[in-house]
Design a binder for this molecule. Structure first.
Ligand code: PLP
Length: 428
C-alpha cells in the first residue's frame, strides 16, 4: 500500500491543490451535496464519521420508491421497479464487498444497536466459568449499555462480567501488546470480545484479525462494532475469521440519518440452523415465507437473522451509495484516505503550540480517516471558533475535537483550510 513519506509534504495551499490535482478520486466530490457555510460557500465538512453526506443519486431512488407506492400500493412488493419483497438482496453484493465477506454472510436490517443485541443473543452464551464480555475504554455508550444489559439479562453482575480494556497510565490508546497479554492471562474466562473496529473517541483501529486469532484459540467469540470501520477501512471479515460484526450505514456509508444497518455472520455460524437466535418471519425460508406456517426454518446465512420486512425508505439511499463504493472499491478509497489523513496529521504538527495534542495513533495501520485532537484544559472555545468559521466537525466531551476527512468528498484543500483555521483559533 502506498503511504507518502511525511517529508514530501509541504505546508502551502499550492501544494494542497497540487495533491488534489493528481488525485484520481477528486471528481467524486461532485457526486455529493456539500453543506454551505453562512457565506454560501462549501463548508469544510469533516464530520462524515458522524453523518456522511448525501450522494446526489439518492433523490431519484427515493422518488422511485414513493412513486411505486403511490401507483402500485401493495402490488409494489412484487411489481415495483425494485421489488420490495426482496429489497435486502439489492444490498447484498455491495455490502459484502465493502466488508470483505461472502454475500451469504451479510444482511442489511434494523439499526445498529438492535443488531448488536440480536448478535449477542446468538453469540453471548455465558456459562458459570466463562461469562465475561470485553470492551475497550471509551467505547460508544450505546455499546456499553447493550453489553451491560446482556450480562444482567443472563443473571450475572456487570461488576464481574464486564471487562474494560484501558490504555497504560499516560497513554492515549491501548497497546496491542497489552491486549495480547490480557488474552493470554484471562482469555479462558471471556465469553465474548466485543470491541469496536475503530474506537469512536480516539480513532484507534484494532488489529481485528490478530485479536480474533488469539481470542478464538482461547475459546472466546469475537465480534466487532464497525460503526466507524465500514466504508472507512479495507475490511476482510471473512478471511479474518471474525465471528460476527455489526455496523450502521449513516456514517462512512453515506446513507442518511437512521439508515438501515448491517450485520455479518461468518458462514461457519450462518450455516448452522440450530444456532440459538431471536426469530422473525423475514428470517424464514423464503420459498415458504408466505405459507404462514408455524414452524420456523431459518434461511442459511446472515439473512436468517432478519426479523421484519425491509424498511424501504431507509434502505433505498444505501442502494445508491453502495454503487459508488462498487465503482471505486475500498482499496483505492483507503489509499487516498491514508494520504489525506497523513497530510492532516503533518499540518497539525506544523503548528507550534502545546494547546493541542493528537491522541489517535500515528501508524496508518492503527487509524482510519479520523484524527482526534485533545484540547488542553478542555477549552471548548477553540472548537467554537472553527465552527463559526465554517468548519463542521464535532466536540466530544470532555476535551476532544474529532475530524475525519473522507476520501470520497474531502479534498486536500479542505484539510489545508481546516488546519489554517485551527491555527488562527489557537493564536487568537
Ligand atoms: C454511531 C454508533 C452507534 C449508534 O447506534 P445506533 O443504534 O445507530 O443509534 C453505536 N455504536 C457505535 C460504536 C457507534 O459509533
Amino acid at each position: 500500500m502506498e503511504t507518502i513519506a511525511e517529508t514530501t509534504f509541504e505546508n502551502t495551499l499550492e501544494f494542497a491543490k497540487s495533491l488534489d490535482k493528481s488525485d484520481e478520486l477528486r471528481n467524486y466530490r461532485n457526486e455529493f451535496y456539500i453543506p454551505k457555510n453562512k457565506d454560501g460557500q462549501d463548508s469544510i465538512y469533516l464530520c462524515g464519521n458522524s453523518l456522511g453526506l448525501q450522494p446526489k443519486g439518492v433523490d431519484s431512488i427515493m422518488h422511485q420508491e414513493l412513486a411505486d407506492w403511490k401507483e402500485l400500493g401493495v402490488e409494489g412488493h412484487v411489481h415495483a421497479k425494485n421489488p420490495w419483497v426482496s429489497y435486502e438482496e439489492l444490498l447484498t453484493e455491495g455490502l459484502a464487498n465493502v466488508v470483505g465477506a461472502k454475500p451469504s454472510e451479510v444482511v442489511a436490517m434494523n439499526t445498529l444497536s438492535v443488531n448488536l443485541h440480536l448478535m449477542m443473543a446468538s453469540f453471548y452464551r455465558p456459562t458459570k466459568e466463562r461469562f465475561k464480555i470485553v470492551i475497550e475504554e471509551s467505547a460508544f455508550p450505546s455499546d456499553q449499555y447493550a453489553v451491560e444489559s446482556q450480562i444482567k439479562f443472563h443473571g450475572f453482575d456487570p461488576k464481574d462480567g464486564l471487562v474494560i480494556l484501558k490504555p497504560r497510565e499516560g497513554n492515549n490508546y491501548i497497546l496491542q501488546a497489552d491486549i495480547d497479554q490480557f488474552i493470554e492471562d484471562e482469555g479462558n474466562s471471556v465469553a465474548l470480545f466485543m470491541l469496536s473496529g475503530v474506537n469512536y473517541y480516539t480513532g484507534q483501529v484494532f488489529n481485528m484479525k490478530h485479536i480474533a486469532e488469539l481470542a478464538q484459540k482461547k475459546g472466546c467469540k469475537v465480534g466487532f462494532d464497525l460503526a466507524h470501520g465500514v466504508g472507512n477501512l479495507n475490511l476482510k471479515l471473512h478471511d479474518w475469521n471474525i465471528d460476527f460484526a455489526v455496523w450502521c450505514s449513516y456514517k462512512y456509508l453515506n446513507s442518511g440519518p437512521g439508515a438501515v444497518a448491517g450485520c455479518f455472520v461468518h458462514e461457519r455460524h450462518g450455516n448452522d440452523p440450530d444456532l440459538p437466535r431471536f426469530a422473525g418471519w423475514w428470517g424464514h425460508n423464503k420459498e415458504r415465507r408466505f405459507l404462514m406456517e408455524p414452524e420456523f426454518e431459518p434461511i442459511l446465512g446472515a439473512e436468517g437473522w432478519q426479523l421484519s420486512n425491509v424498511p424501504i425508505f431507509s434502505s433505498a439511499p444505501l442502494v445508491e451509495s453502495l454503487k459508488l463504493f462498487e465503482e471505486v472499491g475500498m482499496e483505492k478509497l483507503n489509499q487516498k484516505s491514508s494520504k489525506l489523513t497523513g497530510y492532516l496529521d503533518f499540518l497539525i504538527n506544523e503548528i507550534p503550540t502545546d494547546r493541542i495534542e493528537i491522541i489517535t495513533p500515528k501508524d496508518p495501520s492503527e487509524r482510519g480517516c479520523q484524527l482526534s485532537i485533545r484540547v488542553k484544559n478542555a477549552d471548548k472555545s477553540l472548537y467554537e471558533y472553527i465552527s463559526n468559521q465554517g468548519v463542521i466537525c464535532d466536540w466530544r466531551e470532555p476535551d476532544v475535537i474529532r475530524v475525519a476527512p473522507v476520501p470520497f468528498y474531502n479534498s486536500f484543500e479542505d484539510v489545508f483550510r481546516f488546519v489554517d483555521l485551527l491555527k488562527r483559533g489557537i493564536n487568537q
